[in-house]
Design a protein. Structure first.
Length: 385
């Protein structure tokens, strides 16, 4: 009876030469990112297992004609994932360096007190304790049913934890009796974190999208003009202000926007005409997205109004934007000077309404307008907590 008939086709191809050194060289050419199923089947078909440093072999109880080949120690250590082997009673016969690193310890081989797994402690995904005799390896040895990508939480002796994704293959003799099992597992803790981050980012993106659309809708509804062209220009400018501040959010990975950058960005067209027309002063502070969006819209409305009727409409006009901080409050002042004589407006425009609505109603802040002869002064106070 040929031993090769117990091997998968790709393993028989690898073993086409009986010379063991050549087998080792051939396996060294296999990519380290090869699918785990390939390596799992390769190790499963090895039913004589090197016991470790002493080089002794540990038979798993198969008949002579069922013996295939022995996994070389060098190959076992170079496998691109953690792996260990148990006999039918759950005694750990062999493990590689990657397994010991993930466990945070090196269990004693064939120790009855170290059965089924080398982990210090294990937990189910729901956080409940997973006794060793109920772990996936114990289940496979008891039932003969292999396990694919089952999640197990591992606690190391130092108290740190990781998440392992296990693939366990039962090793059986020709009569179908379970004589041992091979567990190939790897740390995907990072993958779990990535999945959670993706979910959180998706929720954040949904929230931000709804917020943006609500703001755009309010912009369209509250915008009025005598002509359709002027109306389009108004809406375009306000949406552009939102787009600019959201570009800052992307740069900060949605943590917010730095206030000095936000102010400079909105006033850039007017500073380009003459640098001294705009003076910006205030301490460094990063505003969370909702507050930053409100400030961006407010600055856009103030700047647009100043360019049409206020200090930025005159050659010698000047605007100062300054802010101060306390532990709980941001106070920002917009001060115009050098422009035409200012008279209070006869009605509340979009800018005034949207600023009062967002700042007072939504952010629990305050906004005050002072139309003095020398120019408009606007004071905005926002809670930071």
């Amino acid at each position: 009876m040929s031993q090769d008939r117990y091997l998968p086709p790709y393993v028989r191809l690898i073993l086409s030469s009986a010379a063991k050194p050549k087998f080792q060289r051939t396996m060294s050419n296999v990519r380290s990112d090869a699918p785990r199923s390939f390596w799992r089947k390769l190790v499963r078909t090895s039913i004589e297992v090197d016991a470790g440093a002493n080089g002794a072999s540990v038979p798993l109880g198969l008949r002579h004609e069922e013996h295939s080949f022995e996994v070389p120690a060098r190959l076992f250590e170079q496998l691109p994932f953690a792996i260990y082997v148990c006999d039918r009673d759950g005694l750990v016969l062999r493990f590689n360096r990657r397994a010991a690193e993930l466990w945070g310890r090196s269990p004693q081989l064939r120790d009855p007190n170290e059965r089924f797994c080398g982990s210090y402690r294990m937990f189910r995904p729901d956080g409940s304790l997973l006794p060793h005799h109920q772990c996936p390896m114990a289940d496979v040895l008891r039932t003969g049913v292999s396990v694919r990508e089952q999640e197990v939480h591992i606690e190391r002796p130092n108290g740190s934890r990781g998440i392992a994704l296990v693939d366990i293959e039962a090793v059986k003799d020709s009569d179908g009796n379970v004589v041992g099992a091979v567990n190939c597992f790897q740390d995907i803790t990072d993958r779990k974190r990535s999945e959670e981050q993706i979910v959180n980012l998706a929720r954040e993106a949904e929230h931000r999208t709804k917020n943006i659309l609500s703001t755009v809708l309010a912009t369209v509804r509250l915008s009025h003009s005598d002509t359709s062209d002027d109306l389009k220009q108004l809406i375009a400018g306000r949406i552009e202000a939102l787009a600019n501040v959201h570009a800052l959010f992307v740069q900060s990975r949605w943590t917010g926007a730095e206030l000095h950058t936000l102010v400079s960005q909105e006033l850039l067209p007017y500073r380009a005409e003459r640098e001294e027309r705009v003076h910006i002063d205030g301490p460094a502070v990063t505003l969370e997205p909702t507050t930053a969006q409100t400030i961006a819209i407010s600055l856009h409305e103030l700047a647009t109004n100043a360019a049409k009727y206020g200090s930025l409409s005159a050659a010698d006009g000047h605007v100062e934007i300054a802010w101060s901080l306390t532990a709980e409050r941001l106070s920002l002042r917009w001060i115009e000077s050098g422009g035409p004589t200012v008279t209070p407006p006869s009605h509340r425009g979009f800018g005034t309404r949207i600023m009062e609505n967002i700042i007072a109603s939504q952010l629990k802040g305050e906004v005050h307008f002072d139309w003095r002869d020398r120019g408009l002064t606007c004071e905005i106070a926002l809670p930071l907590a």
